[in-house]
Each structure stands twice: as C-alpha cells, then as structure tokens.
Design a protein around this ligand. Sequence first.
Ligand code: PEP
Ligand code: MN
Length: 354
Amino acid sequence: MLITISSEATSDERSQLMNLLCRLTGSQQPLAAVRIDKQEVIALEGKALDLDARKAIAEQAAVERTISVKTPYKLVSKALKQETVITIGSGENLIRLGGSDNPPVVIAGPCAVESKEQLLQTARAVRAAGAQILRGGAFKPRTSPYQFQGLGIEGLHLLAEAREETGLPIITEVMEPGMVETVGAFADILQIGSRNMQNYSLLQAAGRNSFGRPVMLKRGLSSTLDEWLLAAEYVVAAGNPNVILCERGIRSFDPQTRNMFDLTCVPLLHELTHLPIVVDPSHATGKRELVPTMSRAGIAAGANGLILETHIDPDNALCDGRQSITPAQLKGIVQETRLLTQLFKGSLSLTHVA
Ligand code: PEP
Ligand code: MN
C-alpha cells in the first residue's frame, strides 16, 4: 500500500497517522515518509490489513490518497507514477535521463581508471564522440584478488579532473557503505555493481547519501526482476528517489558470451516501474564486436540509455579490454542511437536511414 500525505497536514495530524500505522502494522518505529516529486509518500506491506484498517487509514486527516499495490515493491512501482526523469549535471551539460520524451543518454569510458593520461585521453574522445556522461571505476570489484583493483581515491581525483576539463558528468562505483560519502563527494552518479545488488546496507547508505546523488543499480549476476526492483526499493525507501536500473546481462550456460543479455527485461521493466533503464552491452556480451549491434538492440527495446566500456587502447586495458570499444566505434554507436531515436519518434523514415 502507498499513502500520500497531504501537504496541508499539521504535525498533530501527521503523528496521528504515524501512530495508527504503527499500531496497524505492529511496527515499533515510525514508518518513514519519502519525498518523491514534492510529494511525501509512505509505503507499507498492506497484505495483512483488512478493509476496516484500510478505511481507517484513508480517513486520516493527513492522508491525501491511498494506492493499493499488489507487487512486493511499492515506491518504484508504476502504481505510484508513470516515469522518473533524473537530471544530472548543470548548465549546458544538463542531462535528462529517463522518461519517454527524452532521447537515450550514452555513458562511456573505461572499465577502470588506469592513469591520468589514459583517462584524460579517453574522456576527450568520449566527449568528441558525442557521449554525455563519463564512466570509470576507481574501486573495482574484481573476481580475483590478484587482478588490478583500481586506483582508489587517486582514481576519484582523476575523474574529477576529467570532468573539469571536458564538462562531462561522471559515474563511478561505490563498493561499501562506509565509502558512499567519499565517492559521493566526487561522483555525479553512484554506481552499485552487480556483485553488490543485494548488499542492503550499501543500498541504504546510497539511499541516504548527503549529496543526493542518483544511483545506477546494476542487475545482480543472476537476479530476478523482483529481486532487482526490491533492491531499488531499498534505495528509494531510504530517501533517494533517483535510481537508474542497469541491465548488464545475467548468468547463463553458454560461455560464448560473458553473460546472457536479457533485453526482454527492458519493455517489461517499463511496464513494472517508473525508473529509467540503461543497458550495458559491454558486460552483457563480453565481446567488443558484438557491442554495436547489441547497442542498437537495446535502443530498439526502449532503453533510456547505454553504458559502454570505451578505451583508447582496448587491447592493453588493465580491465575488461576484450569488451571495450574504441572511440571510433563509440562515435558510430552515438550516431546510430540518434538516428534510431528519430526513427522511433517518427521524424525520420526508413528510406532516409538506408
Ligand atoms: C563495471 O561496470 O565495470 C562493472 C564491474 O560492472 P558489473 O557490476 O555489471 O559487473
Ligand atoms: Mn568492467
């Protein structure tokens, strides 16, 4: 159940509502209200509430309306609203990610920040190719402890330098709750990686980050959509409504590709949630030559953006070089993305594209 609070509610009316909710749900702590689009919303599991209880809630002076939600996730569900548009950066670099009116956003950059030269050269190339956000891992969750783990704080400083020079907002991964504020001081978007999708204390810390940074939540290695949406719900319930979902492929049986790119989830998620969805053909396929085609497929499926590992010298990358594209390939994908967007909007005909 979702309960929206009237903006005219007095503090007495609010506490009356909170007391009633605590009593009905058996909760010891007051339920938290989350601010979404200037509206305060309380989510709760309504299964155990009978008709009388629901009626009592709806009749509270502080309540504007109640919405019944059948799914286990509430705040991220389509029952609350149609779409979420997340604004990133400012001025002429202001980007709107999500929503059916905004064109897909391309995020590109290396898997890992390796050096000043590598990052700055890549950032310039990413900008020149027309991508809008720079990615780069400073803290890398590597499968083996003997692999390059990232430059850490130094990597964050280099990302800030690259933003300063190019104007591109940056996204970088945060791996532990205690680092959310440190990474949030640098990043425009916090990335939570696949391996951490169910790290609930990290999700809550990112939900409470004091900078109000949006969070890009990558799908867990073999997570169902419900698990993924509930992970997003953790972030939103902790106070941060700006979550971007990222499909990056799921575990399957065929080693020909690194993962199985579940593009079906894109239109399905648009049915289930108002959150924007970005797709990651790099981690999904693991092969550079497949990335352009699968980028097209992602856009055709309705993704709100692409995240593409891009390196100035992919064959010598310290991390994920096999799936990293060159700046030239990136440029082609950005152009195709624009064309496809125009095509789907009906402002371009197929004969024109051919
Ligand atoms: C990455 O984006 O470099 C990364 C580690 O991704 P994932 O969490 O999807 O494996
Ligand atoms: Mn990577």
